[in-house]
Design a binder for this molecule. Structure first.
Ligand code: HEC
Length: 150
């Protein structure tokens, strides 16, 4: 009987809150900032895209930006296997149907991410404005099929 209150407290702690319904407005300035942040600062596109290994430094394959990256697995002596998912605007396998709130929850709280390869905790301190700009940019990418989020 004494453990009942403790159990209630534990249950309350592991409850996952619903994603917010807030959405940033799409503007050309936000798209430009999102492109800059996602490609030059946070490396979203660098990880979440196929690479062209026939060039020095294996750049992202032009025209495939955000469609899913290369697996980290035993070939790289990585324990297990994680694949950066499709983050283009594709509604089926990408983030086209994900709300700002769901994407922000993944980035700020790691909910939905099952591995530690994507260091979401480094992005958790980003502002709602910057994360919103990144999502608007990702949704604007040509919708390509690719590995879906798990
Ligand atoms: C170091 C590589 C890397 C970087 C950089 C990276 N990701 Fe990821 N991301 C991953 C991997 C790997 C997964 C697959 C989930 C997992 O196991 O962590 C993933 C999963 C996701 C998912 C799916 C979440 C879900 O619900 O499963 C989204 C959305 C996402 N990333 C967005 C982003 C955004 C936005 C950025 C930039 C701010 C970013 N990623 C930067 C590697 C990366």
């Amino acid at each position: 009987m004494r453990s009942a209150p403790l159990l209630l407290v534990l249950c309350a702690c592991v409850t996952v809150r619903a994603p917010s319904t807030e959405r940033v407005e799409v503007t050309p300035a936000r798209l430009a900032r999102g492109a800059y942040l996602a490609t030059a600062v946070t490396e979203c596109v660098g990880c979440h895209s196929p690479r062209d290994w026939s060039f020095s430094l294996a750049p992202v394959r032009a025209g495939t930006e955000g469609s899913g990256g290369e697996a980290s697995d035993a070939r790289m002596k990585f324990p297990g296997s994680v694949v950066p998912s499709n983050i283009t605007g594709d509604g089926e396998t990408g983030v086209g149907n994900a709300s700002d709130g769901e994407l922000r929850r993944a980035m700020q709280e790691g909910i939905g991410l099952d591995g530690r390869v994507m260091a979401w905790d480094r992005y958790a301190q980003m502002t709602t404005e910057d994360l919103g700009a990144i999502y608007e940019y990702l949704r604007s990418l040509p919708p390509l099929p690719g590995p879906p989020a798990k």
